[in-house]
Ligand binder design. Structure first.
Ligand SMILES: NC(=O)c1ccc[n+]([C@@H]2O[C@H](COP(=O)([O-])OP(=O)(O)OC[C@H]3O[C@@H](n4cnc5c(N)ncnc54)[C@H](OP(=O)(O)O)[C@@H]3O)[C@@H](O)[C@H]2O)c1
Length: 256
């Protein structure tokens, strides 16, 4: 039995990394997908892979900082597939890093817009569609950074991602009575293009350092985070709402 049979889902940040792996898993589990990111070619490749595996997906490219795009994604899900049950609001970026005196207001705003305001815009249009459907599952990709671990140089990223946990709690309380569950997913270091371990010039020493921060002494593969997203999306988590779910390899509790 497929965990997401007859469900319709939006996945943002689907052109790469965690979002791409999650889109593929959701499609394998029977969901009909609207996949979102800025890069059209990567989205088209993903849709072709999903269709080759007998899944159903449609791509709409755009910028999650744009309110019209947030609305268009929901309109597409409702128009093409008849409603919306799941939204994995996962697009994000680390943004400008460094000591605070060197950070620009423009860089701060860009990170907040990409990681936090995008979530507000997504939820604004996704929640009513889920209420129309009698319930749903809203998921935001947060992080341990700024929640359990203070990482020097990541001021705007931490603030934006911690903001998602506040958003999660309030929306969970506001829409629990309507059957909409709202949760944050907190991955640990994950092997994606966004990871500092894949930054230009990052060598084995950087990888060893990041791996060593985790109790499991390794980084996650995006498919592992996707399985946690599937848990939150599916009825397996039917009594979980307002949670900050760690899928972080123990980076939050590790002291070795
Ligand atoms: N990798 C980690 O170690 C880690 C750990 C904790 C949390 N996270 C979080 O996990 C999420 C996914 O990250 P990832 O590691 O999978 O990174 P990634 O491979 O770089 O993917 C990021 C995705 O976000 C999309 N995106 C970024 N800015 C966007 C914008 N303005 N509009 C639309 N789409 C946008 C990108 O698509 P386009 O470039 O095509 O627009 C891409 O699909 C992020 O929220 C990240 O903060 C990652």
């Amino acid at each position: 039995m497929f965990a997401l049979a007859h469900k319709v889902a939006i996945v943002t940040g689907a052109s790469s990394g965690i979002g791409r792996a999650t889109a593929k898993l959701f499609a394998e589990e029977g969901a009909k997908l609207v996949v979102a990111a800025r890069r059209q070619v990567e989205l088209d490749t993903l849709v072709a892979e999903i269709e080759d595996a007998d899944g159903t997906a449609i791509a709409l490219a755009g910028d999650v900082r744009d309110e019209a795009y947030a609305k268009a994604l929901v309109d597409l899900a409702v128009g093409r597939f008849g409603g919306l049950d799941i939204a994995f609001n996962n697009a994000g970026s680390v943004g400008q890093m460094g000591p605070i005196p060197e950070l620009s207001l423009e860089g701060w705003r860009e990170t907040l817009d990409t990681n936090l305001t995008s979530a507000f815009l997504g939820a604004k249009y996704q929640v009513p569609a889920m209420v129309d459907r009698g319930g749903g599952s809203l998921i935001f990709t947060s992080t341990f950074v700024g929640h359990t671990v203070g990482m020097p140089g990541m001021t705007s990223y931490a603030a934006s991602k911690a903001g998602l946990i506040g958003l999660t709690q309030v929306l969970a309380a506001e829409y629990g009575p309507k059957g909409v569950r709202v949760n944050a997913l907190l991955p640990g270091g994950t092997d994606t293009p966004a990871s500092i371990t894949n930054a230009p010039g990052a060598g084995p020493d950087v990888l060893a350092f990041v791996e060593g921060l985790h109790a499991l002494k390794r980084m996650a593969q995006p498919e592992e985070i996707a399985r946690s997203a599937l848990y939150l999306a599916s009825d397996a988590s039917s009594f979980t709402t307002g949670a900050a779910l760690f899928a972080d390899g123990g980076v939050s509790i590790n002291r070795t």
